[in-house]
Design a protein around this ligand. Structure first.
Ligand SMILES: [Zn+2]
Length: 117
């Protein structure tokens, strides 16, 4: 029974053969994973330290002032919208489904008003 090679033979552009060892591939992969885990650990450690010192880390801090809005569809849901969005005419609905509901009511309502039933 032939022994399974513990390396890949690869030819580089200049024609030279080189052996890539499975063990090296494995350890490179492990190293990458360790690096990532380490980065995550550092990140969470830093966040913990900052929190301990009263520094609040804000995720996806919204740019600009937020305005309290009530959903335009009539469901009564209160939500916050960016002032800049409101100025652009956005931020009317608390969710996409509310916007769809409202739009549907408007179009169907207009149709009923014009053609009945
Ligand atoms: Zn709504």
């Amino acid at each position: 029974m032939g022994e399974e090679a513990d390396y890949l033979e690869s030819q580089s552009d200049d024609g030279a053969y080189e052996h890539i060892y499975w063990a090296d591939i494995e350890s490179t992969r492990k190293l990458r994973e360790e690096k990532r885990a380490f980065k995550l650990a550092v990140k969470s450690e830093v966040a913990k330290e900052l929190k301990r010192h009263g520094v609040e880390l804000k995720k996806n801090k919204p740019r600009g002032k937020m305005l309290e809005r009530t959903c335009h569809c009539g469901c009564g849901v209160k939500f916050k919208a960016r002032e800049a969005d409101v100025k652009r005419g956005w931020g009317k609905f608390s969710s996409k489904s509310c916007a769809a509901k409202f739009k549907d009511r408007i179009t169907n309502g207009a149709y009923r008003d014009r053609y009945g039933s």
